[in-house]
Design a protein around this ligand. Sequence first.
Ligand SMILES: NC(=O)c1ccc[n+]([C@@H]2O[C@H](COP(=O)([O-])OP(=O)(O)OC[C@H]3O[C@@H](n4cnc5c(N)ncnc54)[C@H](O)[C@@H]3O)[C@@H](O)[C@H]2O)c1
Length: 288
Amino acid sequence: MLRGPPPQELEIDSIRKPIPSRGIVRMSQSPTPNASPYPDLKNQVALVLGAGQSGNPKSKHWGNGAAIAKVLSTSGAKVIACDVNLDAAQQTASRIQASGGVCDAAQADVTSARDIQRVTDQVLTKYGDQTQPQNRLSQLPCRSPDHGRQGSGSIINNASIAGMRYLGKPQVAYASAKVAVMHFTKVTGVMYAGKGVRVNSVAPGMMYTPLLEMLGNSESDNDREVYRKITDHNVPSGVMGDAFDVANCVAFLASHSSRYITGQNLVVDGGLTSSTGTGGVPAPSPKL
Ligand SMILES: NC(=O)c1ccc[n+]([C@@H]2O[C@H](COP(=O)([O-])OP(=O)(O)OC[C@H]3O[C@@H](n4cnc5c(N)ncnc54)[C@H](O)[C@@H]3O)[C@@H](O)[C@H]2O)c1
């Protein structure tokens, strides 16, 4: 997000003090530091890449990127829902507009530097210097040169617990790409920290999105087997998550409330990667 002005409550920032020995700036000295409204995305702009969703366009469920766009919009941000599939982006924008949110649709392939530059330029032309890319795809993140130029912003990449554990499916390329997303996040988080740009990632676990719904309803035995394996995981919390579990974490990472967090990966998995697979109760099938 290329940031807009911070909320009024954050004027406590003005009492930041330098620490001479280290040459860094101490965060707020207030007894109630960083007591910002949560999430604080008013007057900000969010560029969500991969904001469409697979499967039945009329599904009542939300894909991760679509839900991220929705939650950022509900939190006050102006959203650009961008997807390689323009119809899918427009579907998300329509759902958000229907509930009064501000959301444009755009088309871009996140693997294309030219596409990303084009859509970034469009957003900057429309909104000036207040934009937040939510790169939520398995492909490596978009380049965001304009964040450094304007001096602040938050980038959130979408990883997966597949980049942390073997999940029972031989997805070598997917798992390798996801671990790369997490390390990319760590490295770029450090590289851009001094420029006021934060870079974090979320790693969803077993989330019920329209993609999963499609696998469950597929005529392919292989797809249904993948669905069975995903929904049979022994998640300690006893339930699958959904896209809003991911989206709410993204809203936090996008907001000023997380201003001191960068280069981190936030796992959203109901405890799955913390368990040995024996400590929880079987996850019931999702209610359809
Ligand atoms: N659903 C889960 O359980 C789960 C778990 C872990 C991680 N994830 C991650 O969450 C993300 C979304 O998952 P989902 O279940 O919502 O999937 P989805 O297929 O419903 O949504 C993905 C969207 O990304 C778009 N897209 C694909 N390639 C693109 C490209 N090159 N450029 C721009 N847009 C592109 C698709 O058109 C689609 O609209 C993925 O990165 C996935 O790896 C999902």
